[in-house]
Ligand binder design. Structure first.
Ligand SMILES: [Zn+2]
Length: 313
Protein backbone atom coordinates (compact mmCIF):
# COMPACT_ATOMS: atom_id res chain seq x y z
CA UNK A 1 0.00 0.00 0.00
CA UNK A 2 2.65 2.42 1.05
CA UNK A 3 4.75 1.69 -1.98
CA UNK A 4 1.68 2.05 -4.16
CA UNK A 5 1.03 5.44 -2.67
CA UNK A 6 4.59 6.60 -2.97
CA UNK A 7 4.69 5.37 -6.55
CA UNK A 8 1.62 7.38 -7.26
CA UNK A 9 3.22 10.36 -5.66
CA UNK A 10 6.33 9.87 -7.70
CA UNK A 11 4.25 9.67 -10.86
CA UNK A 12 2.44 12.80 -9.96
CA UNK A 13 5.72 14.64 -9.40
CA UNK A 14 6.95 13.43 -12.75
CA UNK A 15 3.80 14.61 -14.46
CA UNK A 16 4.08 17.97 -12.79
CA UNK A 17 7.66 18.26 -13.95
CA UNK A 18 6.70 17.38 -17.52
CA UNK A 19 3.90 19.92 -17.47
CA UNK A 20 6.24 22.52 -16.10
CA UNK A 21 8.83 21.92 -18.81
CA UNK A 22 6.08 22.05 -21.41
CA UNK A 23 4.99 25.39 -20.07
CA UNK A 24 8.49 26.74 -20.28
CA UNK A 25 8.82 25.63 -23.88
CA UNK A 26 5.49 27.15 -24.79
CA UNK A 27 6.46 30.37 -23.07
CA UNK A 28 9.78 30.54 -24.91
CA UNK A 29 8.06 30.01 -28.22
CA UNK A 30 5.68 32.82 -27.48
CA UNK A 31 8.55 35.01 -26.38
CA UNK A 32 10.22 34.46 -29.70
CA UNK A 33 7.15 35.25 -31.65
CA UNK A 34 6.42 38.37 -29.69
CA UNK A 35 9.92 39.48 -29.81
CA UNK A 36 9.53 40.85 -33.26
CA UNK A 37 6.71 43.05 -32.25
CA UNK A 38 8.27 44.08 -29.06
CA UNK A 39 11.70 45.00 -30.18
CA UNK A 40 10.69 48.19 -31.86
CA UNK A 41 8.66 49.20 -28.90
CA UNK A 42 11.63 48.68 -26.70
CA UNK A 43 13.42 50.83 -29.09
CA UNK A 44 11.01 53.63 -28.95
CA UNK A 45 11.51 53.62 -25.26
CA UNK A 46 15.23 53.85 -25.56
CA UNK A 47 15.04 56.62 -28.03
CA UNK A 48 15.05 60.13 -26.81
CA UNK A 49 12.12 61.10 -28.90
CA UNK A 50 8.95 59.87 -27.47
CA UNK A 51 6.52 61.64 -29.67
CA UNK A 52 7.03 59.59 -32.74
CA UNK A 53 4.08 57.43 -33.54
CA UNK A 54 6.35 55.07 -35.28
CA UNK A 55 7.10 52.37 -32.82
CA UNK A 56 10.15 51.49 -34.57
CA UNK A 57 12.72 53.07 -36.39
CA UNK A 58 15.60 52.24 -34.19
CA UNK A 59 15.33 48.55 -34.63
CA UNK A 60 16.51 49.15 -38.08
CA UNK A 61 16.17 45.70 -39.40
CA UNK A 62 13.17 43.95 -38.18
CA UNK A 63 12.45 40.32 -38.55
CA UNK A 64 10.77 40.40 -41.80
CA UNK A 65 13.44 41.95 -42.66
CA UNK A 66 12.67 45.59 -42.60
CA UNK A 67 15.18 48.36 -42.47
CA UNK A 68 12.97 50.27 -40.16
CA UNK A 69 11.72 47.62 -37.91
CA UNK A 70 8.28 49.00 -38.08
CA UNK A 71 6.80 47.23 -40.97
CA UNK A 72 5.74 44.30 -38.99
CA UNK A 73 4.68 45.27 -35.55
CA UNK A 74 1.76 47.55 -35.62
CA UNK A 75 -0.76 47.25 -38.36
CA UNK A 76 -0.10 43.80 -39.65
CA UNK A 77 -0.41 41.41 -36.83
CA UNK A 78 -0.96 38.65 -39.29
CA UNK A 79 2.54 38.88 -40.58
CA UNK A 80 4.75 36.23 -39.14
CA UNK A 81 8.05 37.90 -39.34
CA UNK A 82 10.04 35.33 -37.53
CA UNK A 83 9.49 32.77 -40.19
CA UNK A 84 11.11 34.80 -42.87
CA UNK A 85 13.75 36.17 -40.63
CA UNK A 86 17.12 34.98 -41.57
CA UNK A 87 20.44 36.42 -40.85
CA UNK A 88 21.26 37.33 -44.37
CA UNK A 89 24.75 38.49 -43.93
CA UNK A 90 26.86 35.87 -45.52
CA UNK A 91 30.50 35.67 -46.21
CA UNK A 92 30.04 36.03 -49.90
CA UNK A 93 31.04 39.63 -50.02
CA UNK A 94 33.28 40.46 -52.86
CA UNK A 95 34.61 43.79 -53.86
CA UNK A 96 32.09 45.71 -55.82
CA UNK A 97 33.13 47.32 -58.98
CA UNK A 98 32.17 50.84 -58.23
CA UNK A 99 33.39 53.37 -55.81
CA UNK A 100 32.21 52.35 -52.47
CA UNK A 101 33.34 49.20 -50.97
CA UNK A 102 36.28 46.97 -50.65
CA UNK A 103 36.76 43.66 -48.97
CA UNK A 104 36.49 43.80 -45.29
CA UNK A 105 39.04 42.59 -42.92
CA UNK A 106 36.83 41.00 -40.42
CA UNK A 107 34.82 44.15 -40.72
CA UNK A 108 32.16 44.07 -38.18
CA UNK A 109 31.45 40.41 -38.18
CA UNK A 110 32.75 39.54 -34.81
CA UNK A 111 30.44 36.65 -34.46
CA UNK A 112 31.88 35.03 -37.51
CA UNK A 113 28.50 34.96 -39.16
CA UNK A 114 29.76 36.80 -42.15
CA UNK A 115 32.18 39.43 -43.25
CA UNK A 116 30.88 42.89 -43.80
CA UNK A 117 32.82 44.94 -46.28
CA UNK A 118 33.75 48.39 -45.15
CA UNK A 119 32.44 51.14 -47.35
CA UNK A 120 35.45 52.90 -48.79
CA UNK A 121 33.84 56.28 -49.39
CA UNK A 122 31.22 56.61 -46.73
CA UNK A 123 30.80 60.31 -47.42
CA UNK A 124 29.86 59.72 -51.05
CA UNK A 125 26.20 60.49 -51.62
CA UNK A 126 26.00 57.39 -53.77
CA UNK A 127 27.63 55.04 -51.25
CA UNK A 128 26.20 51.57 -51.07
CA UNK A 129 25.35 50.67 -47.50
CA UNK A 130 23.56 47.42 -46.83
CA UNK A 131 23.86 44.26 -44.83
CA UNK A 132 27.09 43.39 -46.59
CA UNK A 133 28.60 46.83 -46.84
CA UNK A 134 28.91 48.73 -43.61
CA UNK A 135 30.13 52.18 -42.70
CA UNK A 136 33.46 52.46 -40.93
CA UNK A 137 33.09 52.41 -37.19
CA UNK A 138 34.44 55.93 -36.82
CA UNK A 139 32.39 57.46 -39.61
CA UNK A 140 30.16 60.31 -38.71
CA UNK A 141 28.74 62.65 -41.33
CA UNK A 142 30.20 66.11 -40.84
CA UNK A 143 27.44 68.16 -42.40
CA UNK A 144 24.31 67.09 -40.60
CA UNK A 145 21.62 69.74 -40.35
CA UNK A 146 17.98 70.00 -39.35
CA UNK A 147 15.87 70.10 -42.49
CA UNK A 148 13.13 72.67 -42.28
CA UNK A 149 10.21 70.31 -42.70
CA UNK A 150 7.62 68.96 -40.31
CA UNK A 151 8.36 65.77 -38.45
CA UNK A 152 5.99 63.63 -36.48
CA UNK A 153 7.75 64.75 -33.30
CA UNK A 154 8.83 68.13 -32.05
CA UNK A 155 12.19 67.46 -30.43
CA UNK A 156 15.35 68.65 -32.08
CA UNK A 157 17.22 65.41 -31.94
CA UNK A 158 19.49 63.35 -34.15
CA UNK A 159 16.57 61.55 -35.68
CA UNK A 160 15.63 64.78 -37.36
CA UNK A 161 18.96 65.38 -39.02
CA UNK A 162 20.09 64.81 -42.56
CA UNK A 163 23.21 65.73 -44.41
CA UNK A 164 23.07 69.20 -45.85
CA UNK A 165 22.51 68.32 -49.48
CA UNK A 166 19.86 65.75 -48.65
CA UNK A 167 18.16 68.16 -46.27
CA UNK A 168 17.89 70.83 -48.95
CA UNK A 169 16.48 68.30 -51.39
CA UNK A 170 14.02 67.12 -48.77
CA UNK A 171 12.77 70.65 -48.22
CA UNK A 172 12.21 71.03 -51.95
CA UNK A 173 10.45 67.71 -52.13
CA UNK A 174 8.10 68.47 -49.26
CA UNK A 175 7.28 71.81 -50.90
CA UNK A 176 6.63 70.06 -54.19
CA UNK A 177 4.33 67.59 -52.51
CA UNK A 178 2.48 70.37 -50.77
CA UNK A 179 1.88 72.05 -54.13
CA UNK A 180 0.23 68.84 -55.22
CA UNK A 181 -1.90 68.75 -52.10
CA UNK A 182 0.15 66.08 -50.38
CA UNK A 183 1.25 66.84 -46.82
CA UNK A 184 4.35 64.89 -45.86
CA UNK A 185 6.13 64.52 -42.55
CA UNK A 186 9.45 63.09 -41.50
CA UNK A 187 9.41 60.03 -39.28
CA UNK A 188 13.05 59.28 -38.72
CA UNK A 189 16.26 60.27 -40.44
CA UNK A 190 19.78 60.12 -39.06
CA UNK A 191 20.93 57.60 -36.53
CA UNK A 192 24.50 57.47 -35.28
CA UNK A 193 26.75 54.45 -35.26
CA UNK A 194 26.87 54.73 -31.49
CA UNK A 195 23.10 54.69 -31.23
CA UNK A 196 22.85 51.71 -33.51
CA UNK A 197 25.60 49.97 -31.62
CA UNK A 198 24.04 50.53 -28.24
CA UNK A 199 20.76 49.32 -29.54
CA UNK A 200 22.22 46.26 -31.16
CA UNK A 201 24.18 45.39 -28.05
CA UNK A 202 21.10 45.64 -25.94
CA UNK A 203 19.44 43.12 -28.20
CA UNK A 204 22.46 40.85 -28.16
CA UNK A 205 22.38 40.84 -24.40
CA UNK A 206 18.76 39.94 -24.46
CA UNK A 207 18.66 37.38 -27.26
CA UNK A 208 22.17 36.52 -28.28
CA UNK A 209 23.90 37.80 -31.38
CA UNK A 210 22.51 35.38 -33.92
CA UNK A 211 18.98 36.25 -33.02
CA UNK A 212 19.62 39.95 -32.62
CA UNK A 213 20.94 40.07 -36.15
CA UNK A 214 17.64 38.87 -37.49
CA UNK A 215 15.76 41.93 -36.32
CA UNK A 216 18.27 44.65 -35.65
CA UNK A 217 20.82 46.09 -38.01
CA UNK A 218 24.41 45.41 -37.21
CA UNK A 219 26.13 48.70 -36.33
CA UNK A 220 27.29 50.41 -39.49
CA UNK A 221 24.89 48.66 -41.80
CA UNK A 222 21.78 50.78 -41.40
CA UNK A 223 21.34 53.32 -44.15
CA UNK A 224 20.07 55.77 -41.58
CA UNK A 225 23.64 56.05 -40.36
CA UNK A 226 24.65 57.76 -43.61
CA UNK A 227 22.55 60.83 -42.91
CA UNK A 228 21.15 60.37 -46.40
CA UNK A 229 18.10 58.28 -45.57
CA UNK A 230 14.77 59.25 -44.13
CA UNK A 231 11.48 57.59 -43.42
CA UNK A 232 8.58 59.69 -44.59
CA UNK A 233 4.88 59.51 -43.87
CA UNK A 234 1.82 61.63 -44.34
CA UNK A 235 1.45 64.49 -41.89
CA UNK A 236 -1.11 62.57 -39.86
CA UNK A 237 1.43 59.88 -39.14
CA UNK A 238 -1.02 57.21 -40.15
CA UNK A 239 0.83 54.01 -41.05
CA UNK A 240 4.14 55.72 -40.46
CA UNK A 241 6.97 53.42 -41.47
CA UNK A 242 4.67 50.46 -41.65
CA UNK A 243 3.50 48.40 -44.57
CA UNK A 244 0.02 49.95 -44.65
CA UNK A 245 1.68 53.13 -45.87
CA UNK A 246 1.94 51.42 -49.25
CA UNK A 247 -0.74 52.63 -51.64
CA UNK A 248 -1.49 55.75 -49.62
CA UNK A 249 -1.73 59.07 -51.39
CA UNK A 250 1.64 60.04 -49.99
CA UNK A 251 3.31 56.79 -51.01
CA UNK A 252 1.96 57.09 -54.52
CA UNK A 253 3.22 60.64 -54.75
CA UNK A 254 6.67 59.70 -53.46
CA UNK A 255 6.90 56.81 -55.83
CA UNK A 256 6.16 59.10 -58.71
CA UNK A 257 8.14 62.18 -57.74
CA UNK A 258 10.93 61.35 -55.28
CA UNK A 259 13.50 60.92 -58.03
CA UNK A 260 12.88 64.46 -59.27
CA UNK A 261 14.40 65.61 -56.01
CA UNK A 262 17.24 63.11 -55.89
CA UNK A 263 15.64 60.44 -53.73
CA UNK A 264 14.98 56.81 -54.46
CA UNK A 265 12.59 54.35 -52.86
CA UNK A 266 15.51 52.34 -51.62
CA UNK A 267 13.71 49.04 -51.01
CA UNK A 268 11.29 48.62 -53.87
CA UNK A 269 8.64 46.01 -54.23
CA UNK A 270 9.86 42.71 -55.61
CA UNK A 271 13.54 43.37 -54.91
CA UNK A 272 13.79 41.88 -51.48
CA UNK A 273 16.15 39.15 -52.62
CA UNK A 274 18.52 41.81 -53.87
CA UNK A 275 18.30 44.50 -51.23
CA UNK A 276 17.73 42.19 -48.31
CA UNK A 277 14.73 44.23 -47.25
CA UNK A 278 11.06 43.98 -47.83
CA UNK A 279 9.25 46.73 -49.69
CA UNK A 280 9.50 49.96 -47.78
CA UNK A 281 7.60 52.69 -49.60
CA UNK A 282 8.49 55.14 -46.82
CA UNK A 283 12.26 54.72 -46.75
CA UNK A 284 13.89 57.26 -49.02
CA UNK A 285 17.55 57.48 -49.78
CA UNK A 286 19.17 60.55 -51.24
CA UNK A 287 21.57 59.75 -54.06
CA UNK A 288 21.38 62.98 -56.08
CA UNK A 289 19.11 63.79 -58.97
CA UNK A 290 21.18 62.20 -61.68
CA UNK A 291 21.49 58.76 -60.14
CA UNK A 292 17.98 58.86 -58.73
CA UNK A 293 16.61 59.40 -62.20
CA UNK A 294 18.74 56.68 -63.72
CA UNK A 295 17.83 54.12 -61.09
CA UNK A 296 14.17 54.99 -61.20
CA UNK A 297 14.00 54.91 -64.99
CA UNK A 298 15.74 51.55 -65.11
CA UNK A 299 13.89 50.26 -62.07
CA UNK A 300 17.21 49.36 -60.55
CA UNK A 301 18.32 49.13 -56.97
CA UNK A 302 21.65 50.47 -55.76
CA UNK A 303 22.85 46.90 -55.48
CA UNK A 304 22.09 46.27 -59.13
CA UNK A 305 23.71 49.52 -60.11
CA UNK A 306 26.92 48.51 -58.39
CA UNK A 307 26.63 44.95 -59.53
CA UNK A 308 26.82 43.98 -55.93
CA UNK A 309 26.17 40.54 -54.67
CA UNK A 310 22.50 40.22 -53.85
CA UNK A 311 22.18 40.54 -50.15
CA UNK A 312 20.36 37.30 -49.71
CA UNK A 313 22.58 35.24 -51.94
ZN1 LIG B 1 14.23 53.74 -42.99
Amino acid sequence: MRTGKSNARRWRSLLLLVAFVGLIIAYMTLENRDNAAQSPALTAGGDTSTASPSPSDEAAVSPSPSEDGAATPVPTPSDKPEETAKPTVKPTVKPTAKPTSKPASGGAGSGGSGAIAVVAQPESITALVNKQNGLPREYEPTDLVFPDVPFLFKEKIDKRKLRKEAAAALEEMFAGAKDDGVALAGVSAYRSYATQKALFERYVKKDGEAKARTYSAYPGTSEHETGLAIDVSGSTGKCAATSCFGGSKEAVWLDKHAAEYGFIIRYPKGKQSITGYMYEPWHLRFVGKELAKELTDKEQTLEEYYNAVPVTK
